[in-house]
Design a protein around this ligand. Structure first.
Ligand code: SF4
Length: 711
């Protein structure tokens, strides 16, 4: 079967509605809400920073339409020649099963007195039979629409276009841990919170942790984000974790019968705990050794409590313990020979040493790494800061250190970084945008696009930081190669405390004797977390350098897969998933974070910054999910770009262009000008705000409301 479909260029569409009107005229559809093509416009922000988005939506003529399967009257069928999804109006009873099944709410209903009939795009099948393009495409003078066989469209528009419908939901594909987001969003939408939690538990027990501090690669790829905002996946996860705690729901994780094999894990951070969790589920007897007093690694000793409350972390570590994992704290394993009795060993000792900065004056007292500072605060060793503080660095650790110093009473906190604090620039700060925004709200002063020239001091103690303009962060190849201006420093900041957040590395103590190292002194990486010694595996930050929590979870889980294969004597490389890159440096559109406490209130304590979604907000978010994994490849949508500073006359301009167009293909275009006049009455200001985008209304009433608004 040939599959024809639409190409929609949302960066061209101005929302003039010409396609809608042409379609209604051609089909002789009376005025009213029912229309086969719908055009949505919505805006964010206020003029002149207006961010206007427009999206025409029609039936996408799925290859295997859900509406067809859902219709009990067999009124929907698929045309073999064009792949059009058509309705037999004789059979249609208007019972709306198709509407319930369609992810986009494409079916509309036309009432003729008593009866309702389903109405939707039929690709202008009568025109196609005569070799003429659908009228909506012809009516668009801005060339925002195109039509043809999908493979031809894909060739024509290349990778700029994205198919509606992927084989697996993009969120699922993007998650380094492979959490089946789509599935838990579906359960959440249905109010089946236990099942949603169980879905997350298949991958990780750290649901509350990830629900707060995950970098959200899933949201970057969330398909809904191409229409308006990504579904708030992280906040949903947080809600699920809070809900299970508040309602004392104890999820029983199935643990296989013990298989007699033992595994030792060195390092109780996210990678080590994840590996322990997965191996224990598979019947291994696992012991985790950690040198600190508590498990959690950087989650416990790096991330400040205002982002990750300790009871959330403790609760999830307790869950691992309750499965039978032995957690031994205060145990330094300096030689793997001590673990010879175990069948396999996984080393995940992290990269917890901060990098120094070699500039004049760096040996003054009062200069320390942000990692050490955060550790001292998180162990309770450091409880107050009484000096002006300058943090050097633009990553999450830098922002954490700055906000922590502020909470401990620092009279002023400055953050100096090479990158830009404007996330639209080519080299934005590596910290997540929301963290930077919150730090600014709390009063951290950011001096972006500066590098450190030197430190000044008195009597061996630091008193200030001298900075130079940063001319570039990366070279032509995109490699990190900062270039600072020559000459005298352009900025001087007073400081009694300087915190260096310039990246992390594994200290020597992270490499226990007996671990195979390469000639650069790093772990010998043989792929699949092997080290060269068949019973010793390694992963997480010590292998890859610092990454985010979900990447460490993924490393731990995959390492568990390798250890399991090794101990069961099966091929280690078979049937492996590729872990997608972390979201650390990607700053595209994500969902808005949940409400937070006011900056004035939160800057004085270590209480949770964000409040989290309530049940209603969480349900609303999960209902926004389009269930992409279940969709069919059926149309191309060019990546949507916001149209900044669009003025209201743009759509009039579009209509003017439309009206001036010469008839094509030898046919008269319908005279729609009168109808357009009805849409855009020149005596009334053009209404641009259409409320929030509802791709699919939840009720018939809502459907009526949301489909009448642009006519
Ligand atoms: S819309 Fe739903 S299924 Fe699709 S990518 Fe977003 S969360 Fe995943």
């Amino acid at each position: 079967m040939n599959q024809f479909g639409f190409f929609i260029d949302t960066s061209r569409c101005t929302g003039c509605n010409a396609c809608v009107i042409a379609c209604k005229q051609w089909k002789d559809i009376p005025p009213g809400p029912a229309k086969p093509v719908r055009v949505y416009q919505w805006e964010k922000g206020a003029f002149p920073e207006l961010d206007v988005r427009v999206l025409p939506i029609m039936c996408f003529h799925c290859k295997e339409p859900k509406c067809l399967k859902a219709c009990e009257n067999e009124a929907i069928y698929k045309d073999e020649r064009f792949g059009a999804v058509l309705v037999d109006h004789e059979k249609c009873r208007g019972d709306r099963k198709c509407f319930e099944a369609c992810p986009y709410g494409a079916p509309q209903y036309l009432s003729d007195g008593e009866d309702e009939k389903m109405l939707k795009c039929d690709m202008c099948i009568d025109r196609l039979e005569e070799g003429i393009t659908p009228l909506c495409v012809l009516s668009c003078s801005l060339r925002a629409l195109d039509f043809g066989p999908l493979d031809v469209l894909r060739e024509k528009y290349g990778d700029d276009g994205s198919y509606i419908g992927e084989n697996e939901a993009p969120c699922h594909n993007a998650c380094p841990g492979g959490i089946d987001v789509e599935r838990y969003m579906t359960f959440t939408a249905e109010g089946k919170f236990d099942e949603a939690i169980d879905t997350c538990l298949e991958v990780t027990p750290l649901i509350g942790v990830l629900g707060r501090v995950c970098t959200r690669p899933c949201e970057i790829d969330c398909f809904r984000g191409r229409f308006d905002d990504a579904v708030a996946i992280r906040e949903t996860k947080r809600f699920l974790s809070d809900y299970s705690k508040e309602n004392s729901i104890t999820s029983e994780v199935a643990v296989a019968e013990k298989n007699g094999k033992t595994v030792a894990i060195v390092g109780g951070g996210p990678a080590g705990l994840s590996c322990a969790y997965q191996l224990t589920k598979n019947g291994y007897a696992v012991t985790v050794f950690d040198k600190e007093d508590e498990m959690g690694g950087m989650m416990r000793y790096g991330i400040p409590e205002y982002r990750l409350p300790r009871e959330v972390l403790r609760h999830e570590i307790d869950m691992v313990r309750s499965m039978g994992v032995k957690l031994e704290n205060g145990r330094v394993i300096s030689d793997l020979a001590a673990l010879d009795a175990y069948n396999a060993v996984f080393v995940a000792t992290g990269a917890g040493e901060g990098m120094p900065l070699s500039v004049p004056g760096a040996d003054n007292d009062g200069i320390l790494t942000a990692v050490d500072f955060l550790r001292n605060v998180n162990t309770g060793e450091k409880t107050a800061v009484d000096a002006e503080t300058v943090v050097i660095g633009g990553g999450s650790v830098a922002v954490d250190a700055a906000r922590t110093a502020l909470r401990l009473g620092a009279p002023g906190v400055h953050l100096v970084c090479l990158e830009s604090a404007d996330y639209k620039d080519t080299d934005p700060m590596p910290a997540q945008e929301e963290e930077v925004k919150q730090a600014l709200e709390e009063g951290v002063l950011i001096h972006d696009k500066y590098g450190v020239h030197s430190f000044i001091g008195e009597n061996g103690c630091v008193t200030g930081v001298l900075c130079l303009d940063c001319l570039r962060v990366r070279d032509e190849d995109g490699s990190f190669a900062p270039e600072l201006a020559a000459g005298d420093p352009s900025l001087t900041i007073r400081a009694g405390l300087v915190l260096l957040a310039l990246g992390q590395r594994a200290p020597e103590s992270a490499y226990p004797a007996g671990i195979p190292l390469n000639n650069r002194g790093r772990i010998n990486d043989e792929g699949y977390f092997r080290t060269g010694n068949p019973r010793i595996f390694a992963g997480g930050d010590i292998l890859t350098g610092t990454s985010d929590i979900i990447s460490a979870v993924a490393a731990g889980n995959e390492a568990a897969g390798s250890i399991h294969r090794f101990l069961q004597g099966t091929a280690i490389s078979e049937d492996r998933r590729v872990i997608p890159a972390s979201a650390r440096l990607r700053v595209e559109k994500k969902s808005e974070p949940s409400p937070r406490r006011s900056a004035d209130e939160r800057r004085h304590d270590f209480g949770d910054v964000s409040i989290g979604y309530d049940r209603a907000a969480c349900s609303e978010q999960s209902e926004r999910c389009l269930h992409c994994g279940e969709m069919q490849q059926s149309a191309l949508i060019r990546r949507e770009m916001p149209k900044r500073n669009i003025l209201p006359w743009d759509s009039r301009e579009a209509l003017l262009l439309w009206s001036k167009r010469h008839p094509e293909n030898g046919e008269e275009l319908p005279d729609v000008i009168n109808d357009i006049g009805e849409v855009l009455n020149p005596s009334e200001p053009t209404e641009f705000f259409r409320g929030k985008l509802m791709l699919k209304a939840r009720t018939s009433r809502e459907k009526l409301l949301y489909t009448t608004d642009d006519e």
